[in-house]
Design a protein around this ligand. Sequence first.
Ligand SMILES: [Ca+2]
Ligand SMILES: [Ca+2]
Length: 221
Amino acid sequence: MRLPLALVVLAAAPAIADTSFIIKVSNRVTEVHPSATVEVWAEFNEDLFAFAGSKFDFYSVSDSGSFTDPQCMLDDPGTFPGDVSQDGDSVTGIICGQLCFEPMECFGDFSNPVRIWVVTWSTNDFASRSIALATDTSVFDVYLSSEFHSASFLDELVEGSGVIEVGCYADCTGDETQDLFDFLCFVNQFNAGAQSADCDGNQSLDLFDFLCFVNRFNAGC
Ligand SMILES: [Ca+2]
Ligand SMILES: [Ca+2]
């Protein structure tokens, strides 16, 4: 049986990736690791050439921590890392982009997804909670081809969302109880080489981190 042409074309079409912001959080925030690095990545349809630029605001739903040191990771003189609000809960007016004009050389980062912005979030309140993160975007442009024609993809953009987990270090599972599963959680992180397993904060993972975790567990949350 022959399929109608339209169906054949549909079946052969490649999957279209989301045009979206992705938010990555480096670690759970605890008294041992009181800050986390938060990254915003831009992802777009793989048929397109490169990320061109964006203007957005960045929010957390919390008044118990704050952002510092925002940085646009794209190396272009037209970029602006944003203004941290007085309460530290948001960064507004972020502009990150990479400009290319023919016939100039273009020295942009043409990765997809591409890391475009980084900020540090920290607190001195380690009560167990989840901090919601979100982008609010007014410009999102992508280069269509290597000839550097860009177009807005704001209508297709999926805004970024993420979560910072905060809690007591010894409650590794974050369920607000201390039990055997917290030891298993720590061992898993240790075996995975996670920064969060560096209990004594000396930038290496060894037996002393186990002893440190046992001490913190015994001290309680
Ligand atoms: Ca627990
Ligand atoms: Ca260590």
